[in-house]
Design a protein around this ligand. Structure first.
Ligand code: NDP
Ligand code: MG
Ligand code: MG
Length: 341
């Protein structure tokens, strides 16, 4: 059973006695900076020259500084820039301004786990990773609740890293819901595996294979879209509320019987073998190297794969069908705020 921590286990005055720099003001950055401030913590936001995020942070009354200056002023630096930008940002703007006794914080262990960032002697390395998107993290905090977080200490140079990490988690509201103790290795490897094998990679490939199977058999793409993509949300919502059991309770007996007999035919032992190979590439660092090497080269593989994905026939079908559904948010809205584009 995981070790859980709540508000009573943390001392807010620890983080209130620090000077915090939140680097990046995107999904997580805005939530952390605003909630830290509202918890009585001295916080500034570090952004690169000419950052489009600066105006948003300033409109909230936050102090915005160049990254190097923010790190210089602060003794706790939370790095909330995109993972692929962190190594360069760290080497050029952060590392030169760290001193013994500082703490480096992350919301995902990627750069530490795979060795792209190595903190100097005397600097604590901690993680507070809320298990939800930044906008939810902020909304829950404002409403007096919180999004659970997983918390880890990679390097405890001062002897006080764990209470400091708990104090930070409390300040962003996460310990109202609960904090789970983990390690950088466990967080990074399970996060990458989940998104690759199940949530993003697995689900996208399953939907596309289903859509292709129906359309290649001569069924109309519009009907295939509803059956293989659109209705997935209803199913996932039921799982989210009550596990796989609630989903099976809610669907028809026909669907439930088909679930039992055909699910394991589609996702068979071979799929699990493939999942194990994906996990092995994550654990060995092969996936991280492929991603970072490609990013360093201007992301040719990433851009090609993205273009191929966007050209799949299911996307054109979906664009037309969603126009008929007034309650579905327009598909033009989704690119707003995605830094990778
Ligand atoms: P975003 O993509 O939302 O962050 C963008 C922010 O980083 C912007 O303020 C942007 O500023 C700044 N930025 C982008 N590129 C650079 C750069 N090269 N140098 C300096 N600043 C830059 O990030 P997320 O909030 O999604 O992710 C931040 C961290 O949180 C990551 O480690 C991620 O894995 C983790 N995380 C994210 C979750 C999420 O829900 N999104 C959930 C849990 C963890 P500009 O205006 O200059 O572009
Ligand atoms: Mg400093
Ligand atoms: Mg992830």
């Amino acid at each position: 059973m995981a070790e859980m921590f709540y508000d009573d286990d943390a001392d807010l005055s620890i983080i209130q006695g620090r000077h915090v720099a939140v680097i990046g003001y995107g999904s997580q950055g805005h939530a952390h900076a605003l909630s830290l401030r509202d918890s009585g913590v001295d916080v500034r936001v570090g952004l690169r020259e000419g950052s489009p995020s600066a105006a948003k942070a300033e409109a909230e009354g936050l102090r915005v500084l160049p990254v190097a200056q923010a790190v210089e002023e602060a003794d706790l630096i939370m790095i909330l820039a995109p993972d692929q930008a962190q190594r360069k940002l760290y080497a050029e703007e952060i590392a030169p301004h760290l001193v013994a006794g500082d703490a480096l914080f992350f919301a995902h262990g990627f750069n530490i786990r795979f060795g792209y960032i190595e903190a100097p002697e005397g600097v604590d390395v901690c993680m507070v990773a809320p298990k939800g998107p930044g906008h939810l993290v902020r909304r829950e905090y404002v409403d007096g609740r919180g999004v659970p977080a997983i918390i880890a200490v990679e390097k405890d140079e001062t002897g006080n890293a764990w209470p400091l990490a708990l104090s930070y988690a409390k300040a962003i509201g996460s310990l109202r819901a609960g904090g789970i103790k983990t390690t950088f290795t466990e967080e990074t490897e399970t996060d990458l595996f989940g998104e690759q094998a199940v949530l993003c990679g697995g689900a996208s490939a399953l939907i596309m294979a289903g859509f292709e199977t129906l359309t290649e058999a001569g069924y109309q793409p519009e009907v295939a879209y509803f059956e293989c993509l659109h209705e997935l949300k209803l199913i996932v919502d039921l799982m989210y509320e009550g596990g796989i059991a609630k989903q099976r309770w809610s669907i028809s007996d026909t669907a439930e019987f088909g679930d039992y007999v055909s699910g394991p035919r589609v996702i068979d032992a071979h799929v699990k073998e493939n999942m194990k190979a994906v996990l092995a590439d994550i654990q060995s660092g092969a996936f991280a190297k492929r991603f970072i090497d490609d990013q360093d080269a201007g992301a040719p593989e990433f851009k090609r794969l993205r273009a191929e994905g966007e050209a799949h026939p299911i996307e054109a079908t979906g664009r037309e069908l969603r126009k008929l559904m007034s309650w579905v948010k327009s598909d033009d809205d989704y690119t707003e705020g995605t830094a990778a584009r």
